[in-house]
Design a protein around this ligand. Sequence first.
Ligand SMILES: C[S@@+](CC[C@H](N)C(=O)[O-])C[C@H]1O[C@@H](n2cnc3c(N)ncnc32)[C@H](O)[C@@H]1O
Length: 279
Amino acid sequence: MSGTPDGSYMPEKLPYWAGDGIDPTVPSLARMYDYSLGGGNNFAVDRELAEAYQKRWPHMFHAARSNRAFLRRVVGYLLDQGVRQFLDIGSGIPTAGNVHEVIIDAGAANDVQLIYVDIDPIALIMSHRLLTDVGWAHAVRGDASNIDGILTDPEVTERLDFTRPVAVLMLLMLHAVPGPAQSLLAGLPERLSVGSYLAVSNSAPSDSYPPDELAEWLAMGARTVTPTVARTSAEIAAFFDGFELVEPGLVPLPLWRPEPGQETTSFWYDAVGGVSVKL
Ligand SMILES: C[S@@+](CC[C@H](N)C(=O)[O-])C[C@H]1O[C@@H](n2cnc3c(N)ncnc32)[C@H](O)[C@@H]1O
């Protein structure tokens, strides 16, 4: 938004990369996260709300980076387990450190298939652009509240063989998907073969925020295109029903298999993550 002499506001002019059908007056989680990570694919409304979060909870930008570090360790772990098919749901705008970059850095690009799925049109536009020359990675639009729709999307079934292990990643995105944790991913384990994985990271403010702080958190989240849902760690654990959590279980993000020299004592403990396997 930009100010006019009479004090009213004009919608921000969309940048050339934005495409059609995007409302620049409503903040998007994908673009706010991009901003938090230092990316440039965001609008003024996204920056304003991201800064408001950061002012209220000064660890927010650090939290975004902490989640990206978790993502890197998780993908490295899954590659070590021999997984070569990845379905990254709520993949976001491919700001530095996305899944395909971790795979390239690990030298595993030759035999991997990766599908990025996001509900946000800009995440899709930017993913398509970035992946033009990456034949083994593709991006499709999908809604995590319809997991069946994603698993049966022809672009997904054409590239992923669900008779072999697939790693499903849902990182820092389920707090934007309403509904009881027990039913959101119902049916997912049955659709995956033995040896498949589910990795989840999720904000868990209800564990520690007092009610008024939680209400503030929810009110800010309600301003985005994908309003925020608060869940406790116990509720988040239900996402893994039908899978077996690998060590160390569902833990604050910095405590999940930290690499030597990596932070483990972060004060930022209001997001948790875990990786599980289908046995
Ligand atoms: C905070 S970003 C996380 C990006 C990435 N997974 C990571 O961990 O670095 C959350 C993403 O989830 C996407 N998202 C929100 N609701 C969704 C839904 N119902 N289905 C698919 N994607 C969704 C947002 O558009 C955003 O790109």
